[in-house]
Ligand binder design. Structure first.
Ligand SMILES: [Mg+2]
Length: 240
């Protein structure tokens, strides 16, 4: 059986973790009214992801760092994710985590889960001497409004036109990105978006569902790439 070469890209918040850590930390440590308002404006596309993160960081006035770190440790990941990483390694499917959240908590959670070797791209979060949160956006691209870490640039950098790309996500920060991939696994807001926009996707609840489906796909005699994904990639090449 010929093995298909999949390149796999995985969102972090709400996909690997059970809940969205990025919004939960601000809901707990930011000014509640400001946070609710900012998140709503992001979800209805009135502000970009970068603007959203800047405003959220600003809404945190006096951060208790020990409390902050302890809270981060309370977030669980989907237990099936470990099986999925094993599956990717056994089958030599390259995989990357693409997050519009922050390295600060991703590092802590991956370390606890002994997944610190996973390659991930995210925004950065610094805490200065006055305990102010300072977000940095090393992968910002003005074309990517809903994710300050421009996820599709990472996808293009890490895959060729011949490879089958897979995206696994759950939310608004995935909606532009997922369209660059051949196979989209979607739940929650990303699922609703794909339905609304008539984008082909596989619904999933956990990573066991993803494994089952990928096993199915890789044994198909003829696997087709998604035409719309190729067009998306080429739009970016043309833009230079
Ligand atoms: Mg997410």
């Amino acid at each position: 059986m010929e093995n298909k070469d999949f390149k796999i890209f995985i969102d972090f918040d709400g996909t690997i973790t059970k809940v969205d850590v990025g919004s939960a930390i601000f809901e707990k440590f930011g000014e509640p009214d400001a946070v609710a308002d900012v998140i709503e404006r992001y979800l209805n596309d009135s502000i970009t992801a970068k603007e959203c993160w800047l405003l959220l960081c600003d809404s945190v006035k006096e951060l208790d760092r020990a409390e902050f770190d302890k809270y981060i440790e309370s977030f669980e990941i989907d237990p099936t994710f470990h099986d999925f990483i094993k599956y990717c390694s056994e089958n030599k499917f390259e995989h990357y985590v693409l997050s519009d959240g922050f390295d600060y908590y991703i590092n802590k959670i991956f370390k606890r889960e002994k997944l610190e070797n996973l390659k991930f791209y995210s925004n950065k979060l610094l805490i200065d001497g006055n305990n102010k949160l300072m977000p940095l956006f090393p992968y910002l691209d003005e074309e990517s409004k809903s994710s300050a870490n421009c996820k599709h640039n990472h996808i293009i950098n890490h895959s060729s036109d011949e490879e089958f790309t897979v995206y696994i996500g759950d939310g608004v920060s995935d909606k532009e990105t997922a369209q660059f991939c051949d196979f989209i696994f979607a739940k929650d807001d990303l699922l609703k978006f794909c339905e609304r926009e008539r984008i082909t996707f596989f619904p999933y609840r956990n990573f066991h569902d993803v494994i089952k489906r990928l096993d199915d796909l890789r044994t198909k005699k003829r696997l087709k790439k998604r035409h719309r994904a190729s067009l998306k990639r080429h739009e970016v090449y043309l833009r230079g």
